[in-house]
Write a new protein. Structure first.
Ligand SMILES: CC(C)(COP(=O)(O)OP(=O)(O)OC[C@H]1O[C@@H](n2cnc3c(N)ncnc32)[C@H](O)[C@@H]1OP(=O)(O)O)[C@@H](O)C(=O)NCCC(=O)NCCS
Length: 173
């Protein structure tokens, strides 16, 4: 029987599972830490991936302005890597951004190869608007940050605006 991957907006009853997914990666400084309060306060930015009904991936999209959004807090459970779940989560953010009329999406990441495989270009961090740094200044690694900035222009991308919340249903062998 094929496996089923669904991408849907996060709900309050997902917060425990999202917290459990993010914490091992924030403890290794791969992503920024988030408290449970922070997860609840920003829940409308989050989408989750379900694999056969189990929550195994998460992503957040933060809007900076009329033409810029960031992919944040992207994590797929380690035993689920390599099943296109990360790609589907990022694509959901892109469709969501297009639906909202946002022209460009970026990420600060230690895995730029994952993003370049998904159509992102590496850009100088300095090219990002000043307000992006309001988050960075709170990071312990701010003065020695090895993250790479990647971005994708969405206005010319062949992505159909979605009429509803970004929900995907994918079957896998
Ligand atoms: C990065 C991450 C989300 C990728 O999730 P995933 O579900 O394993 O990725 P996918 O299966 O969708 O991979 C899509 C493509 O990217 C490639 N890819 C995935 N992870 C990669 C990596 N670390 N380096 C290089 N390429 C990678 C895959 O090989 C695949 O390429 P293909 O289409 O040619 O086969 C996952 O590895 C993860 O949770 N990492 C830890 C947290 C993290 O670093 N998050 C990013 C913060 S910005």
């Amino acid at each position: 029987m094929p496996h089923r991957i669904q991408i849907r907006m996060a709900r309050v009853d997902d917060v425990d599972a999202i917290d459990a997914l993010l914490t091992p990666f924030s403890e290794r400084d791969i992503i920024l830490p988030r408290t449970r309060d922070n997860l609840f306060q920003h829940l409308q930015e989050f989408a989750v991936a379900l694999f056969d009904g189990e929550l195994v991936g998460v992503v957040a999209m933060h809007i900076y302005g009329s033409n810029l959004a960031e992919v944040r807090s992207l994590v797929v459970r380690e035993d689920m890597h390599g099943r296109s779940i990360g790609r589907l989560l990022v694509e959901a953010c892109e469709k969501w951004a297009v639906q909202l009329g946002i022209a460009c999406i970026f990420a600060l990441t230690y895995v730029p190869q994952f993003f370049t495989k998904n159509g992102y270009a590496t850009v100088p961090k300095e090219s990002l608007p000043h307000k992006v740094w309001t988050v960075c200044v709170h990071c312990a690694k701010f003065s020695d940050c090895q993250e790479v900035a990647v971005e994708k222009r969405l206005s010319d991308a062949p992505i159909e605006p979605m009429r509803e919340l970004p929900i995907m249903d994918v079957s896998q062998p």
